[in-house]
Design a protein around this ligand. Structure first.
Ligand code: UDP
Length: 329
């Protein structure tokens, strides 16, 4: 039996496909290559190019392979873009998931682990955030992810499918050997954008707002290494395979860093002065997001290996230095 990784050519999906193979699993990857890269898919994985909104394509994958469980990353994930193009997010994240679940039910595939996000919480009332805290997204990306969670709940009740939603905080870093890493076009995430400065691809980094209610006025986030996220997906799938019930887990390090602190760490890793300029706030950004991941540690036995931002940025820097243009060389 194989694990189907949807969106396995993307950033977190490709690291998870690799981790599954290293754990001795049989892996099938499907991706529409809209934002993912064929070169990011491990050679040992069987690859299907297509879109989860295409029912015939999804049916074909389930009919061609013996799938024991699905890990679903195939979604759009940019806060800023989701505020400008909300219907794109409803179409891919919600309509895509609806088509996928339809096909899973029809083919008797009843286990799914999928990417949710800290953006489901919105402006949280307390830190660190627990899974039971209120969910009031402040952006359309978070709203579609929360709706995906709810869709899974009702499909589970009606059809017996079981799911785990993993609410990531800020995914970052790269495979430590530098072979795969983060590559978006255009790039919007903080750490890869900062590293474009010492890589001579950008003059300076913009800080989106310094008037937030935080100690230095810039937004605080919980940065979690992509390889630790990958391990959490394998643990979550095994939890479902052992009969675990529907569940939602936060995944973060439980430590917050401000935008200014992240820039400072990147200066220390790269030895480059990395000039920064204050700009206007970006729409939809909550001031602070820090995870409590105690539940994932207790229930799944998750043990993040990278709890230090300096080391995390070092892995990202190794990837970006060796692949300044991502996979498109
Ligand atoms: N950010 C910034 N400058 C940039 C990109 C991002 O100041 O060029 C800030 C952004 O406003 C947020 C934090 O960095 O507070 C992390 O943003 P990112 O897009 O990496 O992740 P998100 O928190 O949106 O998932």
């Amino acid at each position: 039996m194989a694990v189907l990784v949807l969106g396995g050519a993307g950033y977190i999906g490709s690291h998870t496909a690799r981790a599954l193979l290293e754990a001795g699993r049989d892996v099938v990857v499907a991706d529409n290559l809209e934002t993912g890269f064929r070169a990011a898919v491990p050679e040992q994985a069987r690859f299907y190019e297509g879109d989860i909104r295409d029912r015939a394509f999804v049916d074909h994958v389930f009919e061609s392979e013996q799938i024991e469980g699905v890990i679903h990353f195939a979604a759009n994930s940019q806060v800023g873009e989701s505020m400008k193009e909300p219907l794109k997010y409803y179409d891919n994240n919600l309509c895509g998931t609806k088509t996928l679940l339809d096909s899973m039910v029809a083919h008797g595939v009843d286990k799914i682990v999928f990417s949710s996000t800290a953006a489901t919480y919105g402006e949280a009332e307390r830190m660190p955030i627990l899974e039971t805290d209120p969910t009031e997204p402040t952006n359309c990306y978070g709203e579609t992810k929360l709706s995906m969670e709810k869709m899974m709940k009702w499909v589970s009740l009606a059809h017996g499918l079981r799911f785990v939603a993993l609410r990531y905080f800020n995914a970052c870093g790269a495979q430590p050997d530098g072979s795969i890493g983060e590559a978006h076009d255009p790039e919007t995430h903080l750490i890869p954008l900062i590293l474009q400065v010492p890589n001579n691809q950008r003059e300076q980094i913009a800080i989106f707002g310094d008037d937030y209610p935080t100690p230095d006025g810039t937004c605080i986030r919980d940065y979690i290494h992509v390889c630790d996220l990958a391990q959490a997906h394998i643990l979550a799938l095994d939890y479902l395979l052992k009969g675990g019930e529907n569940n939602v887990f936060n995944l973060g390090n439980g430590v917050g860093f401000s935008v200014k602190e992240v820039i400072e760490q990147a200066r220390s890793v790269t030895g480059h002065p990395i000039p920064a300029k204050i700009e206007a706030r970006r729409a939809g950004d909550p001031a602070q997001l820090i995870a409590s991941s105690e539940k994932a540690k207790t229930v799944l036995g998750w043990k993040p290996q990278y709890d230090d931002l300096h080391t995390i940025i070092e892995t990202a820097w190794k990837w970006h230095q060796s692949h300044p243009n991502g996979y498109t060389e």
